[in-house]
Design a protein around this ligand. Structure first.
Ligand code: ATP
Ligand code: MG
Length: 382
């Protein structure tokens, strides 16, 4: 039975002098993700091994979701003895059909056979034991890897993981998280690059329900399975929406609302030392996401605003959401604050000067202060 899992790091290997910084973060995040499963983590020669695993499926499920992990392989570990290696290779290939090749790597140069010789010997023995198999060195269906290090390691399966960079190595950002399909995917993409996430959500109770809020908490929890612990800031937004609704032109409502969201997000971001804002916008998806709309939304921020979905079609975003497991929750039918006060004919070419003119009709600063003072903080763990 395989009780050892080899964990491969992807891009970390591109790193020069700070490689250790990245590896340390990855090890820390892996340990956290594996809490509660029985296994030990070992770092040797720039490779991570998880040993003494009881529930291999669960460990694989968790490890392949940790950003910075490129792929994993359940491995058979044995003595550096050709008899033993061949016997284990035969067992390992038992359920394989079709074509295969052996790929030996001899890190321990004292081992008497070189990699070509290991390939030949193991290949020959596997073929003799499993006559149904065939060797194909160009496009094999299975690759039997044999690594000779402190011990011998054999594996066939290579399970892809999420890739990316370890969370905590890329700074901190504030994600504007709605209950929709897009923003969780945007958050996933930024966290994948090693960025720690805070989330901010605007809710308009009683126009939006408790369930709508719970849905956002659930989405943040789904994200945290990848991104690690997330602090979610829930902002009361009813007063701002009502004021806008009563005092400002109907056609400007969405963009004005978005500007307030960005202003508040930026304040909270600065307090929590986030260095950027993240949204799920994509050019042209809705009226407020035209080039002019985005310009007007941006005009109120000085922090950089990252929009990782900017060039994605809705269908592509939906596929992505399905893959990361947020789609089912995102499509639950609870209303969002944007859908309630949506203008019938939103402007597609808003102008900053006109929006600023409308905003003079409100006491924006007081509205923002009151919203900030009503924030509810929820700490989300995977
Ligand atoms: P999503 O699917 O994420 O809801 P959307 O297509 O509905 O996006 P909009 O409603 O125009 O687009 O919102 C654009 C972006 O603004 C969202 O991706 C999100 O980042 C942010 N946003 C919208 N509504 C909220 C909200 N209630 N709380 C926090 N952020 C929000
Ligand atoms: Mg939305």
């Amino acid at each position: 039975m395989k009780t050892v899992l080899l964990v491969r790091m992807g891009e970390i290997f591109l790193k020069g002098d700070n490689r250790n910084f990245f590896i340390k973060a990855l090890v820390r995040n892996l340990r956290k993700a594996l809490e509660g499963t029985d296994c030990t983590l070992e770092l040797t020669q720039g490779r991570i091994f998880l040993r003494d695993i009881r529930d291999m499926d669960e460990v694989i499920r968790r490890a392949t979701r940790v950003f910075g992990v490129h792929s994993v392989s359940p491995v058979v570990e044995c003595e550096k003895d050709m008899e033993v290696i061949c016997a284990r290779a035969i067992e390992l290939m038992e359920n394989c059909t079709g074509t295969f090749k052996c790929v030996a790597r001899r890190a321990d140069k004292r081992f008497p056979l070189d990699s070509m010789q290991i390939n030949e010997e193991v290949g020959y023995r596997v073929l003799s034991a499993h006559p149904g198999l065939k060797v194909d060195v160009h496009k094999p269906e299975h690759e039997l890897s044999i690594e000779i290090r402190e011990r011998a390691y054999l594996y066939v399966e290579k399970i892809p993981a999420v890739g990316g960079m370890p969370v905590g190595t890329g700074g901190k950002a504030m994600l504007l998280l709605s209950g929709g399909i897009d923003s969780p995917v945007a958050g996933y993409m930024i966290a994948k690059r090693g960025v720690q996430l805070h989330c901010i959500h605007y809710h308009s109770f009683p126009f939006t329900s408790e369930q709508a809020k719970q849905k956002v908490i659930d989405l943040a929890r789904l994200l945290s399975a990848y991104a690690g612990p997330i602090r979610l800031h829930i902002v009361p937004f009813t007063e701002i929406q009502q004021e806008l609704y009563q005092k400002c032109p109907d056609s400007q409502l969405t963009v004005l609302m978005r500007r307030f969201m960005m202003r508040i997000a930026e304040r909270v971001a600065r307090r929590t030392r986030c260095q950027a804002l993240v949204t799920g916008e994509s050019i042209g998806q809705v009226a407020s996401q035209t080039m002019d709309g985005l310009t007007c939304t941006n005009a109120v921020c000085s922090l950089p605003v990252f929009r990782p979905l900017i060039g994605f079609d809705k269908t592509e975003i939906m596929d992505y959401a399905e893959r990361i497991g947020t789609y089912e929750t995102s499509i639950l039918p609870y209303e969002d604050c944007c859908t309630i006060f949506t203008p019938r004919h939103p402007q597609t070419k808003p102008r900053v000067d006109q929006l600023e003119q409308s905003e003079t009709l409100l006491d924006g600063e007081a509205l923002i202060e009151r919203a900030l003072s009503g924030i509810e903080v929820v700490d989300i763990r995977p």
